[in-house]
Design a protein around this ligand. Sequence first.
Ligand code: ATP
Ligand code: MG
Length: 335
Amino acid sequence: RNYRSRTECRGDIQRLNSSFLAIYESLIPPEEEKEKQKQLMALLDKHVTKEWPGAKLFLYGSCANSFGFRKSDIDVCLAIGDADIDKAEILLKLADILKSDNLENVQALTRARVPIVKLMDPTTGISCDICVNNLLAVINTKLLRDYSKIDVRLRQLAFIIKHWAKSRGVNETYQGTLSSYAYVLMCIHFLQMRTPSILPCLQEMEATYKINVDNVECCYFDQVDKLEGFGSRNGESIAQLVWAFFNYWAHSHDYANDVISIRSGSLVSKRAKDWTRRIGNDRHLICIEDPFEVSHDLGRVVDKRSIRVLREEFERAAEIMQYDPNPCVKLFEPY
Ligand code: ATP
Ligand code: MG
């Protein structure tokens, strides 16, 4: 099929761009939400530093990586210097402390894959998950945020892809589909691979930010204000990028052999990573390398059934982008 037909032969690309931008704008959190988050963080900080004077709280996840929608829950990491602490004990203590304040549904989930305290703050209406010493997540949050400052099309594309994934039910790791974090990595990689590229590979550039966390050396170029205009040689619009993104994952990606890697800004072979066969529960049916924990495949949650669901959804989306006169209706149709 000639996948350029929409762009070249149809006069509606401009209208489609406006529709995507309108969706993007409607999902951006308003300023007052940021204020409420700060208010809740200040309250949590007060309790935490009283009990653990050396501890610090960090926001991570979508509330801090710039890829969060309005009315999102917030993810908080409690950093306690000591690496040998018993996380469960800390979380139970934290839950006790917070229960005594005006917070609702305070619950310590100590047996979860990532143990947390959950709570709801009735003053701001914000729900929040607090984990302990998950510093790599804080660092990868910064990496994603830094990438988003380089070219606005990343944020626009990622919002559209996340919105699509949530509408179509393929943003559920417990059902074997991908996390929001994985989708954002897919978008970054995709924009690194455009010609000319829209994003650089920050981890291949001179490191201006270096930190060792959990024995992982995290370093990259983080002076992103110096990269303003990096992608301007590429004039692709958001509609073209959404179309090409789905087309790539529907028809071009080599699922059998390739790993996407934002760390290297290129494709890496599954063979080189020894990701060619199933080991334990890691099937490597779609391979997305974590930028810092490079032995970690974000696609590890995907199984034989859910890879079919995912690929059918990519194909459906590519088909809609190609042929539907008004793609925005069908693309985001609830599944
Ligand atoms: P949403 O808007 O759907 O809540 P989110 O950005 O908060 O999206 P999640 O997938 O819930 O995304 O993950 C929250 C954060 O936890 C991510 O931003 C990332 O920092 C970290 N994270 C999630 N999954 C992983 C993972 N498998 N490996 C490393 N870090 C992860
Ligand atoms: Mg989240």
